[in-house]
Design a protein around this ligand. Structure first.
Ligand SMILES: Cc1cc2nc3c(=O)[nH]c(=O)nc-3n(C[C@H](O)[C@H](O)[C@H](O)COP(=O)(O)OP(=O)(O)OC[C@H]3O[C@@H](n4cnc5c(N)ncnc54)[C@H](O)[C@@H]3O)c2cc1C
Length: 630
């Protein structure tokens, strides 16, 4: 295990929890779990991944529930596919909590040092080479996972100042980057950036809009009934850039690392710097800025929406044009970092390198951006490295079953041209991949693999039982025409003859609260529906089961259609292509498809069909050929 950011932590924990002796080598033990940018976990699509990592037995969501400082619901005005939560965590507590988890984890050893290369024999990994305290070490192993984030040839920019570093406070590494190049890994240069931090006491809060925490957003982890922050949750504050901010930034573009040509790396499309926003969205009069306290016990505030690689004095002047920040003092300026990433087209859907069996890659090294994306890949790589080293078949996660599956499939099938960030729109069947049902989708897989603890399994069983019991009661219990007056009282259309309560629940304006009231009024209530509070026969499963029943009832038509489409897609993913299949020799295949298929070397027809530029007629030809071969 190389690295202990969010990818490395999940990978190391998964591997050791699966019973493999695992060594995690990282540059600084006291930076394990460090959050170099916004201390936020979750948000659109990212919240879904955090829940999926949790459902698979991962750590991110559990630690978030214990260390959060702020919590909000996201996507509430939209359908259930988009709804999730976003938490801010304490910048010091979160990594400290992660450090104690990894230190106490059986089968997991930690080692402070720099991995400089990997040894291989017989076409597979045999050892890692490490430099530590001026000495050289060699650790034998059967599998290695690289999760080196922005460290490979990292170069930080602040205006025209350049520093060789992976991020503030961390040096860059060169030897491992050189090793990967020698191995034949295609390296690209990407860039990301962070915002200035300002002093809490220098903000004029009267000129901000307060965004209080929403305690009822619920826990991040399926193991918890509620979030467990150690103190009362904090608010965040909103303000906006002004025409003056934009003018100042535009006037100083020549000093920006990005616009003066200092940065070669490609930046994140969905998380542009403030100077980039001012240029790309010139017609916009202002951009929102969120002020987020980074820790319980410090006055450092993260200026979300203001990532910049301008010189410090320009950043400060621009900040002071923003209402509420007129007297802001900067603790440190924002900066950008350029780094090497490895082309994910050279890894397979298990995250193992196609160049060297036993070598796995996860996290930002694969061209993604974000803690959750890193954690999602980390847990999958940890599972597969553990299974590979034990001689067991590796696992893949289909894109029809999880956002992690969507992300990995996108990476290994389409590759990346800019830092990949998860969006709900990337999933074709996103109504199936909801925040609320990640446990139903993935905990059974975790249980089969041996990653789900007993509490997790029991909580899922309780939830499923509560859903089943509730649905059965709704389907078997009827509302009769004679009681139509009760519907009329509530402004609801009457029923003809009789109608089961499940059918009534399908009406968008009816929820389980209404059903319960109607059942009580008609004398058929027997308590079979899960309660709103966590108690009674249903244990803690009540509210979660209740939400499932409502969503499944209201969206039953859409869900059915997406399930059918997903099943169809799965059929193509079940059609395997032999690993050494010679696409060039397949008669009738277009030249373009031959080239693209040969480059990616898809393992299933489903994967082949998603490669950009591969024609549907060529896929039909491939299916015909594979069926004939069979
Ligand atoms: C300045 C900055 C700004 C960012 N801004 C955003 C943003 O706006 N939005 C967003 O979504 N994401 C952002 N990110 C990205 C997000 O922080 C990362 O995607 C995520 O943390 C990556 O996690 P990781 O586990 O892949 O790598 P990291 O968290 O970077 O961890 C890498 C680990 O590898 C170790 N390591 C590296 N090389 C070696 C070696 N040779 N030997 C031993 N150990 C090694 C390091 O010590 C470290 O533990 C930003 C990152 C940075 C640095």
């Amino acid at each position: 295990m190389v690295g202990a950011g969010q990818a490395g932590i999940e990978a190391a924990l998964a591997s050791s929890r699966l019973g493999r002796r695992t060594l995690c080598v990282t540059l600084k033990l006291d930076r394990i779990g460090h959050l170099p940018c916004n201390c936020s976990i979750g948000g659109p699509a990212k919240g879904h991944i955090a829940r999926e990592v949790d459902a698979l037995g991962g750590q991110m969501a559990v630690t978030t529930d214990h260390t959060m400082t702020h919590l909000r619901k996201v996507g509430t005005g939209k359908g259930p596919a988009v709804q999730t939560t976003r938490a801010q965590v304490c910048k010091t507590d979160y990594p400290l909590s992660m450090q104690s988890i990894v230190r106490l984890q059986p089968n997991l050893d930690l080692f402070e040092g720099e991995v400089t290369g990997i040894d291989a024999a017989g076409g597979r990994v045999t050892a890692v080479r490490v430099q530590a305290g001026g000495e050289s070490f060699r650790f034998d192993c059967r599998a290695v996972i690289l999760t080196t984030g922005t460290f490979l040839n990292g170069l930080c920019h602040e205006g025209r100042n350049k520093t060789i570093a992976a991020r503030q406070g961390d040096r860059a590494v060169q030897d491992l980057a050189a090793f990967l190049l020698d191995l034949g890994v295609r390296i690209k240069r990407f860039k990301t950036g962070t915002t200035p931090r300002i002093r809490l006491g220098t903000i004029n809060f009267e000129r901000t809009e307060v965004m209080p925490s929403e305690w009822d957003a619920g826990p991040m982890s399926f193991l918890h009934d509620r979030p467990m922050p150690k103190r009362e949750l904090l608010p965040t504050w909103q303000t906006r850039t002004t025409a003056e901010t934009h003018a100042l930034l535009s006037d100083n573009l020549s000093q920006s690392a990005m616009y003066s040509g200092e940065i070669e790396g490609v930046g994140p499309r969905y998380c542009p710097s403030i100077e980039d926003k001012v240029v790309r969205f010139a017609q916009k009069e202002s951009h929102p800025i969120f002020l987020e306290q980074e820790e319980w016990d410090s006055d450092s505030v993260y200026v979300q929406g203001f990532s910049s690689s301008m010189p410090a004095d320009v950043q400060l002047a621009a900040l002071r044009t923003i209402p509420s920040l007129e007297r802001a003092e900067m603790i440190r300026p924002g900066y950008a970092v350029e780094y090497d990433m490895a082309d994910p087209l050279q890894i397979g859907p298990t995250l193992m390198s196609k160049l060297l069996p036993g070598l796995f890659l996860a996290g930002q090294i694969n061209g993604t951006s974000g803690y959750e994306e890193a954690a999602g890949q980390g847990i999958l790589a940890g599972i597969n490295a553990a299974r590979f080293s034990a001689g067991e078949a590796e696992v893949t996660l289909p894109r029809t079953g999880s956002f992690i599956g969507v992300m990995v499939d996108d990476l290994v099938t389409k590759g990346v041209d800019d830092p990949y960030r998860m969006l709900t729109a990337r999933a074709e069947h996103r109504l199936l991949l909801r925040h609320d049902n990640a446990d139903q989708r993935l905990t059974p897989i975790a249980a089969q693999l041996g990653l789900a603890c007993d509490v997790r399994k029991r909580r899922l069983d309780d939830k499923l039982e509560a859903i089943e019991r509730g649905k059965r009661w709704l389907a078997d219990t009827h509302f009769f025409e004679v009681d139509n007056g009760l519907l009329d009282d509530r402004g609801l259309a009457p029923v003809k003859g009789r109608c089961c309560f499940l059918e009534l629940l399908r009406r968008p304006e009816v929820d389980l609260g209404t059903i319960e009231a109607l059942a009580r009024a008609t004398g058929v209530w027997d308590g079979s529906l899960p309660p709103e509070a966590d108690d009674g026969d249903f244990g803690a499963a009540g509210p979660a089961a209740r939400a499932q029943i409502e969503i499944e009832a209201v969206y039953s038509g859409y869900l059915k259609r997406q399930e059918e489409e997903a099943e169809l897609a799965m059929r193509l993913d079940d059609l395997a292509i032999p690993p050494q299949f010679a696409f060039v020799e397949l008669k009738g295949l277009s030249h373009e498809s031959k080239e693209k298929l040969g480059n990616v070397r898809p393992l299933t027809v489903g994967q082949a069909s998603r490669i950009p530029g591969v024609r549907p007629s060529d896929i039909a030809l491939l299916i015909g050929h594979l069926r004939q071969r069979k």
